[in-house]
Design a protein around this ligand. Structure first.
Ligand code: NDP
Length: 283
């Protein structure tokens, strides 16, 4: 049955948010209210949607949130000054600068300016280094969400062939590190990988984060594999699809995430988890 194979990210994320809501209520009894500042520069419609979803999740869980909407022409110095101010703000435990930033701004310098203890996206080089070592406070939200989804399938990662397609700093690279920490045998693919089909076909666990609509098809998947689709692509007809061709892949896979309703809701739930953790650590 197809329904049994589909990993319901919405439902799993909702369970996590309920748990966090209870944790936040406990923290509030101790006089601690977790606070998240979300900074958005310019008017990218996709970024706007993500920021709204994050604010909505904060409200549901009881996290205090502040939004800073800056105009497209904001200078690097103005953005850095805001980040610095938020670093010192006591009611704010997590700072998220929505990426991508407009082209004239230096993302790396902005991320570097965020206080390590408030870096709930876990993009700061210190947090990235901690993940590499395996001694971290925060995990990047999307790879952490993917790990939760794999956990839900009940599959043991130890010793499994894990293939990650994509090697970006925000998804592919940290994803491969997390699978390695869970004792997977990890292969990372990218745009120069030869024989992508053969490599993918080896995978017991396949995580795809490329940004190319429906590029991974059923013939590239090992029967019974767990397939996690991080991709989010808008087709010309406005339909949102993943990097995996769902219908052909679902016919072969043992478990598979849909798009939408797979990784997306988990990313936001993990951001909420990091914000609550940041508040606990700073208390
Ligand atoms: P990037 O563009 O930063 O990275 C894409 C990666 O895919 C690169 O490593 C690139 O290789 C690789 N790649 C490109 N073409 C191919 C190919 N033909 N074969 C194999 N590998 C290829 O993207 P992100 O990691 O930021 O995002 C990936 C996707 O995930 C996007 O669709 C994005 O929208 C989505 N996303 C979804 C999130 C969610 O919450 N659901 C969160 C974050 C992202 P190379 O390094 O060689 O260029």
């Amino acid at each position: 049955m197809l329904g049994e194979k589909v990993i319901d990210g919405r439902q799993i994320a909702s369970k996590i948010r309920s748990r966090l809501k209870a944790e936040v209520a406990e923290l509030k009894e101790k006089g601690i209210c977790p606070g998240l500042a979300v900074v958005i520069v310019g008017d990218d419609p996709a970024s706007r949607v993500y920021v709204n979803m994050k604010k909505k999740a904060c409200a549901e869980i009881g996290i205090y949130s502040e939004e800073y909407t800056l105009p497209q022409e904001t200078t690097q110095q103005e953005l850095l000054d805001l980040v610095k101010r938020l670093n010192g703000k006591e009611d704010i435990h997590g700072i998220l600068v929505q990426l991508p930033l407009p082209g004239h701004l230096d993302e790396e310098e902005v991320i570097d300016a965020i206080a390590v203890r408030k870096d709930v996206d876990a993009f700061h080089p210190v947090n990235v280094g901690k993940i590499m070592i395996g001694n971290y406070d925060f995990l990047p939200c999307t790879p952490a969400g993917v790990m939760e989804l794999i956990k839900e399938t009940g599959i043991e990662i130890t010793g499994k062939e894990c293939v990650v397609v994509g090697r970006s700093n925000i998804v592919g690279k940290p994803q491969s590190m997390l699978l390695l920490q869970q004792h997977g045998t990890v292969t990372v693919c990218h745009s120069r990988t030869k024989n992508l089909k053969e490599v993918c076909k080896r995978a017991d666990i396949l995580v795809v984060a490329v940004g190319r609509a429906q590029m991974i098809t059923g013939d590239m998947i090992k029967p019974g594999a767990v397939v996690i689709d991080v991709g989010m692509n808008r087709l010309e007809n406005k339909k949102l699809v993943g990097d995996v061709d769902f219908d052909s892949a679902a016919a072969v896979a043992g478990a598979i995430t849909p798009v939408p309703g797979g990784v997306g809701p988990m990313t936001i739930a993990m951001l909420m988890k990091n914000t609550v953790k940041a508040a606990q650590l700073q208390a």
